[in-house]
Ligand binder design. Structure first.
Ligand code: B12
Ligand code: SF4
Length: 474
């Protein structure tokens, strides 16, 4: 069979390959041909790019749901079978079934081979459901990376070591989709995979230090591989100097940290009690001293947020000299405790917001408690614009010489890119912001990085042009 795996894109997508689809490709029998299509690399043209394949699998999260459904419908109209999977169909299988022949609920390691066989034998079922896979089984097939050939990809290879999170954060989809029990891949399997990859690694884990013993073993062995890596980490874990040292020695260059809020009351309210604002400053200084750049993630719109929260948060980020920050409006993702509560309180203004074409334009999709929706939106825009104003970029930069090459080489291009994002996409709602931009900071950063760390990852020819199989109807 010819099986096309499609990564659909939204305004928030980044130039990174979709690891989940690489995993599916690895689980597909070698006798079948897999075609990988990335809607960000080359926007999928519904009129031209529908192909005459035997099966299509689309990876869907809530931000890409409407786009995925449109592409799914185009294939089905031409008689091609479509399977949807990923975090969004897992939360809302009945909705996804309206646009697909089959839906895979949950993680697909143990289900995908059955889906392929059923499609081959023309007996595809509507729903495939199963237990969460046991990741500790050694020797599971590694994601196929030969499919990820675009030169537009940021040259960090995405690797995942574990799934599941025991924390109860109200707004987060992870425990709903991946369970509350942590499931780890064997350390040796992860190291084996890392050895085959280039120098630059991005861990897709929600928290690279969620389990001290596992991480200690992994990072101690990783140090020998001389990689440079970035990842996400909880504040609880980086509060301990021994953890920071371990990460730095293993090649950590930047951490994306979910602060969410700088207020204790808000953190307690939303279930993120492990974050302690009183300790933020010490933790950040410790990271910077160890050459680890910090990218902060903040959310506005919690019930306990007041109208001052925007400026206060920006001020904090500037003072702490964060390399970058991401500000989000609280978003009720389907299946989360937050979604259920706001629905019960009759505060959702658009319960199926993910079916909208432009998510940012209409958000927030709920009635905040202490301010109007407009005030939340304006505060969010102001935060982006202030944090990425030339003055703030300058203040955050000046005393950061101890940090890594990500800081020295990447800081300015990345912040200029974010400055434009704040101005055009956040401020004016410009769509397809990335493709519309005439300045390409990413290639500037990438050339600089390549010069610093040497060859990055072996890559084949560029696959940016969509593949022209016999197009149905031609
Ligand atoms: C890495 C990551 C990113 C990377 C994405 C890199 C990339 N191109 O993949 C970056 C940083 C760019 C990113 C961005 C965003 N992300 Co993100 N991200 C993650 C993270 C941490 C890991 C995803 C991952 O790679 N998993 C590893 C692979 C192997 O697992 P998987 O993708 O889930 O695939 C498995 C199954 O889902 C299933 N499956 C997946 N696709 C398909 C398709 C078919 C056909 C089948 C059968 C099965 C199947 O099988 C796979 C194997 O089991 C998840 C959290 C998480 N734990 O999942 C959040 C997560 C997916 N992100 C989230 C969010 C909110 C965002 C942003 C909106 C953030 C923002 N404000 O900008 C953007 C949106 C991006 C977009 N798509 O538009 C939410 C999504 C919630 C939701 N309901 O949609 C998550 C769950 C985090 C959270 N805390 O809630 N993200
Ligand atoms: S926000 Fe982070 S800590 Fe909280 S449940 Fe989600 S993954 Fe876990």
């Amino acid at each position: 069979m010819q099986i096309e795996l499609i990564a659909t894109a939204s305004e928030d997508s980044a130039y990174l390959p979709r690891l989940g689809l690489g995993v599916l490709a690895a689980l597909t029998p070698k006798t079948d041909e897999v075609i990988y299509t990335d809607d960000l690399v080359k926007p999928f043209d519904i009129e031209r790019d529908v192909k005459d394949v035997d099966l299509v699998g689309i990876s869907v999260d809530s931000k890409t749901a409407s786009r995925s459904y449109a592409i799914a419908e185009a294939y089905r109209k031409r008689g091609v079978k479509v399977v949807l999977g990923g975090i969004h169909p897992t939360a809302l299988p009945d909705e996804a079934l309206r646009f697909a022949d089959a839906v895979v609920v949950s993680e697909a390691e143990d289900l995908w081979p059955r889906v392929v066989e059923d499609a081959r034998n023309r007996r595809l079922q509507r729903i495939y459901r199963g237990e969460l896979p046991d990741l500790s089984k050694p020797g599971r097939p590694l994601a196929r990376r030969d499919l990820f050939r675009s030169k537009k990809y940021i040259p960090f290879q995405v690797v995942q070591t574990m799934r599941g999170c025991p924390y109860p954060c109200e707004f987060c989809s992870v425990s709903t989709a991946n369970g509350t029990t942590m499931r780890f891949r064997p350390v040796d399997d992860v190291l084996g995979e890392l050895k085959q990859l280039g120098k630059l690694i991005m861990f897709a884990d929600d928290n690279v230090m969620i389990h001290r013993k596992y991480s200690a073993e992994l990072f101690t062995k990783l140090a020998e591989l001389d990689k440079h890596w970035i990842g996400q980490c909880s504040l609880a874990a980086v509060g301990r100097i021994e953890n920071v040292k371990l990460m730095a020695e293993s090649g950590c260059k930047a951490l994306f940290i979910g602060f969410e809020s700088i207020d204790d009351e808000t953190l307690a309210f939303t279930g993120k009690r492990q974050n302690r604002p009183a300790k933020y400053k010490d933790v950040l200084e410790m990271l910077h001293e160890h050459g680890i750049s910090t990218w902060g993630s903040f959310v506005f719109g919690f019930d306990t947020d007041d109208s001052e929260v925007f400026d206060r948060t920006v001020e904090f980020g500037v003072q702490m000299q964060l390399t970058m920050a991401l500000f989000a409006m609280l978003t009720p993702y389907p299946g989360t405790k937050l979604y259920k509560r706001l629905l019960a309180e009759n505060r959702l203004t658009k319960p199926n917001w993910w079916l909208e074409g432009d998510h940012d334009a209409g958000s927030p999709y709920f009635q905040p408690k202490t301010m109007s929706r407009e005030a939340l939106r304006e505060g969010w825009q102001r935060a982006w614009q202030r944090f990425y104003s030339p003055g703030a970029i300058w203040k955050r930069w000046t005393v950061r010489q101890r940090s890594s090459w990500i800081q020295t080489l990447g800081y300015l291009p990345l912040n200029i890119m974010q400055n434009r994002l704040a101005k055009y996409k956040i401020g004016r709602g410009t769509q397809r912001f990335r493709s519309a931009s005439d300045f390409d900071p990413m290639s500037t950063v990438m050339s600089a990085i390549a010069a610093e760390v040497g060859p990055i990852a072996p890559r084949g020819e560029s696959a940016d042009e969509p593949r022209r199989l016999r197009v149905v109807g031609e």
